[in-house]
Write a protein that binds this ligand. Sequence first.
Ligand code: FES
Length: 104
Amino acid sequence: MVKDLASTTVGVFRVEGKLYAYENTCPHQGGPVCQGLLIPRVEEKLNASQGAEGFRFDESDPRLVCPWHGFEFSVKTGCHPGKAEIRLTQFEVEEEGELVYVRV
Ligand code: FES
């Protein structure tokens, strides 16, 4: 879900029951990152000789893909998987009953 809160647009995501909230601004060039695709983490299976044996998909650690240039971010950490210093701006989020509070 993406919502305007005050002067900030925020994306809120639920993963395994926990909420995560991020500013809808990509650290690369400012794209609307929270409106990108959500995909499972992709892992390549390797055999003992380091040969590829296909892919598996980890739904427990989804990735948010910025629609402008394809940078990926872990929804759980807000970090780019290859360069952790490239990260989304995260906000505190709480849930009380049916209400969700985001501190911006
Ligand atoms: S602005 Fe998001 S990947 Fe470039």
